[in-house]
Design a protein around this ligand. Sequence first.
Ligand SMILES: *Cc1c(COP(=O)(O)O)cnc(C)c1O
Length: 458
Amino acid sequence: MKLPYAEPYRIKTVEMIRRSTPEERKTWIREAKYNLFNLKSDAVFIDLLTDSGTNAMSDKQWAEIMTGDESYAGARSYFKLKERVEEILGIPYFLPTHQGRAAENVLFSALLKEGDIVPGNAHFDTTKGHIEFRKAKAVDCTIDEAFDTTVSHPFKGNIDLDKLEKVLKSYDREQIPLVILTVTCNSAGGQPVSMKNIRDTAALCRRYNIPLFFDAARFAENAYFIKVREEGYNKKTIKEIVREMFSHVDGFTMSAKKDAIANIGGMVGFRDEELKKKVSVFSIMFEGYLTYGGLAGRDLGALAQGLDESTEFDYLESRIGQVAYLGEQCKKRGVPVQEPFGGHAIFVDAKRFFPHIPQTEYIAQLLAVELYIEGGVRGVEIGTLLADRDPETGKDRYPKLELLRLAIPRRVYTNNHMDYTATALGNVFERRESIKKGLKIVNQAPILRHFTVELERL
Ligand SMILES: *Cc1c(COP(=O)(O)O)cnc(C)c1O
């Protein structure tokens, strides 16, 4: 019998978490105005709000925290990170930043101007935010398969090359400062991009003389999917695949709070020294000196170590295996989930969960609330609240997919926690018909309302 995967680590330190009662949770969620962002984390038993910055660091990463060099300039920890970026990503120049959106901020400050166009497979919200903030336009050239939860496609994060070429043809070269491939594609549910798609996108960009960048938050999870799903990569190591992925791009932005298994940090990387110099001005202005970029020396060291650990197959197999395990356990209980499962989260389809409640009643948020009351599990709505209102009409925009996202922090929970979560969700599913009404908004901010919105039960 083939041996199953198992976590390539054992647990040295534990953090106690408290199980509350449904009665307590009913009170807390009412006091939180049915917005899970308003809950104290102590009121949460299993926190699947995000996989960002919630990772468990290794003993070697903690050792970096102790041995970090806090010199203002030229710190040892910086050079350790520089070495790893060269060795693992094959990228010669980089600037540290305090997180991913800060990397976007410094890069776009140098590259974007009003009226510019930035095509990509599907931009992440902060990326889109930083593009639109500069009165430029983010254009998603997502493949159609990504929007259909019933279609099985191994690389739903791929960019549609025909759509991309149409955009490249329609504007002047000067108007398109870069193309961005997000790996894995967060906005499409953590779906991967194939090496072929990366290669073809790079060739197309070269033909139009436009730089190609990765938004590389989950580059290692993407490499894992290439290894197990794409022909010709089965025998290659993750580190070889990562090197090949990055060999096709001119640079990258990265949130180190995801695949670098750190709690804070980010980077922007370049192949071209001139571009690095141009961006450095903004790094110094917004982030700090070039060798620390808004981070402590110890954070740089932890990040460097994390890059090495996250690009190992055994780690990725257990990481992505755990996400799939939760997906399978949900399916077993009849809970409608999006497939194929992504790399970092499971998405529950609220329209199929609550077919008897209209989308106008914020059904994915309702599902998040019910799951919290049932088991103290915190997920996040990816639906109408997040989609917000049309800036012109002020009316709610109804996205095609109304989802509850359960994001799994790296190396934090065991499969017992996954069983618990799936059981709680299964219990809500069993009593779904007794839930007759959704929620209504009583208070909301002008933009990014989902963080602070206040709701009531109808
Ligand atoms: C998280 C994320 C970002 C932003 O990074 P922060 O560290 O949260 O600022 C950008 N792109 C993608 C794909 C992400 O997942």
